[in-house]
Design a binder for this molecule. Structure first.
Ligand code: ATP
Length: 396
């Protein structure tokens, strides 16, 4: 863990929140490479689970909601952890909305899910989707955790990628199974090794108040096997309670059968920050290359924050620098996540790029000036091959 935290700070992935003031427990700031890695993960998730499908509807709901939402959802009464003395402590962050006597007490949302349930009717009215269909959302959630710890694993402000998938009650088992598989597909897509993932059937006494079945996906983090994601069968708990409490009918009307009923919900939930920690943990590698020990991040190409680095072989040869700049500008239009680097010698540049997980390093040398080919070095094997400039985009 120490090595990962130190690499994250040194290379600009993740910094302690408010560091110059001594930090604030449970908060972390993403630096330039961290935010790119995070955006790549969120974009991949959004494409896979929202954009590339016909049965999903994306939303981006407000973080601060009417406090009645949190009463109906059961969070005001039940979203509490035990303190040492056994007392229950509600982990929602209270805040006041509005000025003076008009102010009301509300909460920063502790999960993104409710932003979808309260918009269920809006989506139905605007799009008339057929069951089964789902809603997806990516956004911040806040929990005043009693003891934040383990870097970005347990923080007080974090991000979630959540899906509420609405089905007929009789179909819940099939869709639960179906989403279990889709969650494994996702973990594969971001390069998490299957052997590091363990499913846990959560016993009734440990399940959230709304869940009739929960499977946790645990991951072998450096500090032990801990929850990465969850898959819950939330029944019709939320829609039913919001209907009763708001007085707005949140039932679904099925045209074919003329039936009116409250759909049941399967909820796959993915923590963004825990995803990043799992990705960094499995990518962090120390090996020996050409007789030297090195550290590198074996990030999958789909999420690596830098896809390729372009170097002139020598910094003090203007013709090489000019050609390298030209190749860089050309590629940058096609693949924005690339960098130009002419600092230090080639060995140092390779080491720097390895440490941030750049899959390919491209060197412009004297042969390039003659035949328009460059050297492409592979991060994992260190192998180099000659590639024509015109084939570079496909090659990386
Ligand atoms: P835990 O048991 O570890 O507190 P939880 O079961 O309360 O987690 P959920 O309510 O299922 O977590 O939240 C959904 C997802 O949000 C989790 O699977 C996790 O990825 C993420 N998550 C929850 N709490 C935190 C936190 N404090 N910091 C970072 N991510 C979190």
């Amino acid at each position: 863990m120490e090595k990962i935290i130190s690499l994250c700070k040194r290379r600009g992935f993740i910094f302690q929140g408010s560091e110059i003031y001594g930090g604030l427990a449970g908060t972390w700031d993403y630096g330039p490479l961290g935010v790119t890695l995070k955006n790549n993960i969120k974009r991949l998730w959004w494409e896979m689970f929202v954009e590339n499908r016909d049965d999903m509807y994306g939303v981006d709901a407000a973080l601060i909601m009417n406090p009645k939402v949190w009463e109906a959802s059961g969070h005001v009464a039940g979203f509490a952890d035990p303190l040492e003395n056994g007392e229950k402590f509600n982990v929602m962050f209270k805040t006041s909305v509005g000025a003076g006597e008009e102010a009301i007490v509300s909460y920063l949302r502790p999960e993104t899910a409710q932003g979808m349930f309260v918009n269920f009717k809006n989506v139905i009215d605007a799009f008339h989707p057929k069951l089964p269909f789902g809603m997806g959302q990516i956004g911040k959630a806040f929990r005043n955790e009693i003891s934040p710890r383990d870097f970005i694993f347990r923080t007080r402000e974090f991000e979630q990628m959540e899906i509420e998938y609405f089905v007929k009650e009789k179909d819940w088992k099939d869709f639960f199974e179906n989403w279990r598989e889709q969650m494994f597909d996702w973990m594969k897509a971001i390069g998490l090794p299957k052997k590091s993932i363990h499913e846990l059937e959560v016993p009734e006494e440990d399940r959230a108040h709304y869940s009739k079945r929960t499977v946790d996906f645990e991951f072998d983090f450096p500090f032990g096997k801990k929850e990465l994601y969850g898959l819950a069968y939330r029944t019709d708990f939320d829609l039913r309670n919001h209907s009763a409490s708001s007085g707005v009918d949140l039932q679904y009307f099925e045209e074919e059968t003329g039936e009116r009923f409250t759909p049941h919900v399967i909820e796959p939930t993915f923590g963004v920050d825990r995803t990043i920690l799992a990705v960094l943990t499995s990518a962090y590698t120390e090996d020996e290359l050409n007789g030297e020990t090195r550290t590198y991040l074996k990030l999958s190409k789909s999420i690596a924050p830098v896809k390729a680095a372009i170097f002139p072989l020598l910094k003090n040869k203007p013709e090489l620098v000019e050609k390298a700049r030209e190749v860089y500008m050309m590629l940058k239009k096609e693949i924005p996540q690339i960098v130009f680097d002419d600092n230090g010698n080639i060995g140092k540049r390779y080491r720097r790029q390895d440490e941030i997980g750049t899959p390919a390093c491209i060197t412009i040398d004297f042969d390039t000036l003659k035949d328009d080919t460059v050297t492409v070095r592979d991060r994992d094997t260190g192998e180099q091959k000659r590639v024509a400039i015109k084939d570079l985009k496909d090659s990386i």
